[in-house]
Design a protein around this ligand. Sequence first.
Ligand SMILES: NC(=O)c1ccc[n+]([C@@H]2O[C@H](COP(=O)([O-])OP(=O)(O)OC[C@H]3O[C@@H](n4cnc5c(N)ncnc54)[C@H](O)[C@@H]3O)[C@@H](O)[C@H]2O)c1
Length: 394
Amino acid sequence: MGQLRVGMVGYAFMGAAHSQAWRTVNRAFDLPLSARMSVVCGRDEDKVAAAAAKLGWESHSTDWREVVQRDDIDLVDICTPGDTHREIALAALAAGKHVLCEKPLANSVAEAREMAEAATQAQAHGVRAMCGFNYRRVPAVALMRQLVAAGRIGKIRHVRAVYLQDWIVDPKFPLVWRLRKEVAGSGALGDIGAHIVDLTQYVTGQAITEVSALTETFVRERPLPGEAAGLSALGDGGAGFGQVTVDDAALFLARLDGGAVATYEATRFATGRKNGLRVELNGSLGTVAFDFERMNELEFYDAALPATEQGFSRILVTEPEHPYLAAWWPPGHPIGYEHSFTHEMRDLIAAVAAGEDPTPSFADALRVQLVLDAVERSAAASAWVPVEAALAVV
Ligand SMILES: NC(=O)c1ccc[n+]([C@@H]2O[C@H](COP(=O)([O-])OP(=O)(O)OC[C@H]3O[C@@H](n4cnc5c(N)ncnc54)[C@H](O)[C@@H]3O)[C@@H](O)[C@H]2O)c1
C-alpha cells in the first residue's frame, strides 16, 4: 500500500488530537493510502522530542521550514496558533505538499485569501488543501446534513447556533495566546464562533449573506502567564499584567441566502458551560437539533407524521448505516470527540488517494473568514454589514 508521509507542526492540544487520529485512521478504515507519522515539529528540542515519543512520531524537528522542504514528506499538518498558518501553509503548498490546516484558516481575510489562492494554484498540480473544521465529521452532524438535503425538515426558516465555554470567567486567568489579537486574530469569535459559522453553512447548504453583531470584552486586563502556565493555571500578577485585545463574546443576527434567518452566540463567559456547541434548525416540515455534549444523538421532529404521532424523537446515532459508524462499534456503543478527527483524516486520505479536493477547502474556510470579518465590522459600526460575496473570493 502507498504511504502518506505526514509532517505535523505543533504538538499540544490539536497536535495530540491529530496524532491520535493519524495513529488510528488506518486501523479503523480501509483506505488506499497508509498514514505514516514521519516527523513532528516544534520550537523546543527537548519538548518536541518528548512529544514525538509520547504521541508516536518517528522523528522530530525544530525547524518547520526544513520539514516542508523534505522529499520524504507528502503532507504538512498545521496545528499551531493562527499567526503562523499563512506562512507555513504557503511554504508547504509551494513545496508541493498537501496541507491540512487547523481553523480558523488565518487571522485575517487578506491572509485567508492569499492561502485560498495558493491552494487553487496548487490544485492544478494535484496538491490538496483542507481546513480542519472537525465538527463536520461528528456522525450526528453529518446525519443532520443528510436529513436537511433529503428535504425532511422542508424549507429552513430558523438557524439557532451557540458555542458556549467558560474557561476565562476568572479574571485571574492569564493572558494566554488566545487572548492576544496579534497571535489569535480574534477571541471567541474566531476560536469557537468560526465552528458554528462553518457548521451551520455546511448542514443547511446556505451561505450567510449579512450580519448584525455585537462583541464584548468583559475582562480587559489579565496577569501575564508565568513560565509554567498551562490552560488551567491562574496568574498571580507576579509576571505583570497585559491587555486583552480580543473579544470575550460575540453575538450576531444573520440572514442566509436560502431565506433562513439566524442567531449566533459564541462566548467564553457562559459560566458552567464547558463546550456547549448546539445547533437547531426549524423548517417548514420539521426540526433537527444537535448538542455536542450529547454528540451521539440527534433530535428530530417530523411534522409530516400524523398529529397524534408528532413529537421530538431522539435518534441514537450509532447504527452502522449512520455516517462513519460502520467502522466502529456495535449499535448503542458511543464514540467520542477524538473520532471527529479520525473521520477528518479518513476523508482527507480518501480525497488525496482519489485525486479529489477534500472539503472544507481553503476557499470554504475563506468564506467563514469573510463572515468573521463582517461580524467584526458590524460590531464596530453597530450596523448591518453584508458579507463579502463568495464569488469574488478566489
Ligand atoms: N478543531 C478544533 O476544534 C480546534 C480546537 C482547538 C484549537 N484549534 C486550532 O488549532 C490551532 C492550535 O491550537 P491549540 O489549541 O492546539 O494550541 P496549543 O497552544 O495547545 O498548541 C499550539 C502548538 O503550537 C506550537 N507553536 C506555537 N507557535 C509556534 C511556532 N511559531 N512554530 C512552531 N510551533 C509553534 C506550540 O509550541 C504548541 O505545540 C489553532 O489554530 C486553533 O484555533 C482547533
